[in-house]
Design a protein. Structure first.
Length: 88
């Protein structure tokens, strides 16, 4: 499974999804990519990119990172909320 998915085995499926979304003819991809969650993620994606190291550094200094599994688990949701709040 690892070898297949990390060496391009899913590439044909991904290409078909992207082509369907680009053409606008595939109703499932149009519905998924035009849904509210994906539109919000599209708006905050650049802020996620910019803020990931800032937020991780703050969490590392404040709560610790190496031995804190809770901080690692909550990092992605915290990054999404933080980016959304910064975007507003």
């Amino acid at each position: 499974h690892y070898y297949f998915s990390h060496n391009g085995g899913m590439l044909p499926v991904m290409i078909l999804v992207l082509i369907g979304a680009a053409i606008g003819r595939d109703p499932i991809t149009v519905w998924v990519f035009r849904s509210k969650p994906f539109l919000v993620l599209g708006r905050i994606s650049y802020l996620q990119y910019l803020m990931q190291h800032v937020l991780q550094g703050w969490i590392k200094r404040t709560f610790g990172w190496e031995d804190n599994d809770t901080a690692k688990l909550l990092f992605i949701p915290a990054l999404l909320v933080f980016s959304y709040c910064c975007q507003r």
